[in-house]
Write a protein that binds this ligand. Sequence first.
Ligand SMILES: [Zn+2]
Length: 121
Amino acid sequence: MSRRDRIREKIAARTVEVPGLLDTPCHVWTGPTSGETGRGSGYPRMSLDGGTVAVHITAWVNENGLVPPRKQIDHKCRNRLCVREDHLEMVTHKENQKRRDSSRAALICEYTSHEETRIAA
Ligand SMILES: [Zn+2]
């Protein structure tokens, strides 16, 4: 088995399929994460070659090769724990930031309308 296949299998062994924002289900990581609070928390982690790596980035690199400098791997499905390669996309830091802001704004909108509904009712 190639190293690439071994990494694929290692990742697949610890994921479950869960419906998400996209048409295809997310492959949600059930192994360790980068912690539950703070910036950069909630990302999947695993050990590889004696060190700890981010699983979603490893999954992307395993299929597509090196992530160039100043580029990041973003979740199209907005689920940090998803490690499905085709739910991931390489973007610039700026694009990633912009998306994060707009999804946060969408969440605030949703929350606000719920509040208004409750007040009206
Ligand atoms: Zn996903």
